[in-house]
Design a protein around this ligand. Structure first.
Ligand code: HEC
Length: 156
């Protein structure tokens, strides 16, 4: 019977451990969320721009289709991109990509694909993801503006 009691003790101990780590996790997530919200409002930045899921869909498209030229022709990150696009709308970038890119076959991507690439470019340039999607209609995209912080300019 000794082994059963030991087993029971283990279960109780593990349960306590799991509860503790859950509590810790929930708290730190909450703190991170609050900090992000504070930073957003302090800078007057739009808190929602695109979702993480959209950027995740855009990444493989960007890697496969855009990087062949843009890895060397680095126009899509860094200070030059920030200075070119800050204050302009997501629609302007979407429109440029939809009509002129990929340069060797413009217009081959769908609206949804181009929107997810714009979302990925926002992520790549250090703009935070939010809980609302980047809209895929003109009026919606015109409400979202580029706001790339100087701290993100230096990243490649
Ligand atoms: C075949 C090569 C090639 C491919 C593929 C390509 N681009 Fe380009 N892209 C260029 C070149 C060259 C320029 C500069 C054009 C100019 O200045 O007139 C450019 C310019 C741009 C610009 C304008 C940058 C700015 O700030 O003015 C954007 C945005 C862009 N590309 C996005 C993309 C995206 C997104 C893709 C993938 C869907 C892509 N490109 C695929 C060659 C390419």
């Amino acid at each position: 019977m000794g082994s059963r009691r030991t087993a029971l003790a283990w279960v109780v101990a593990l349960g306590a451990l799991a509860t503790m780590s859950h509590g810790g996790l929930a708290r730190s997530n909450l703190e991170a969320g609050v900090t992000a919200a504070q930073q957003g409002s302090a800078s007057g930045a739009q808190s929602t721009t695109y979702t993480e899921a959209q950027a995740t869909r855009g990444k493989p498209l960007y890697d496969d289709i855009c990087q062949s030229c843009h890895l060397t022709q680095n126009l899509l990150t860094g200070e030059t991109f920030a200075l070119t696009w800050n204050g302009r709308t997501a629609y302007e970038l979407y429109d440029l990509i939809a009509n002129t890119m990929p340069q060797d076959d413009p217009g081959r991507l769908t609206t949804a694909e181009n929107v997810s690439i714009v979302a990925y470019l926002m992520k790549l340039n250090g703009m935070p993801a939010g809980k609302d999607s980047l809209p895929s209609d003109k009026a919606g995209m015109q409400r979202v503006k580029f706001n790339i912080k100087p701290s993100a300019w230096s990243s490649p």
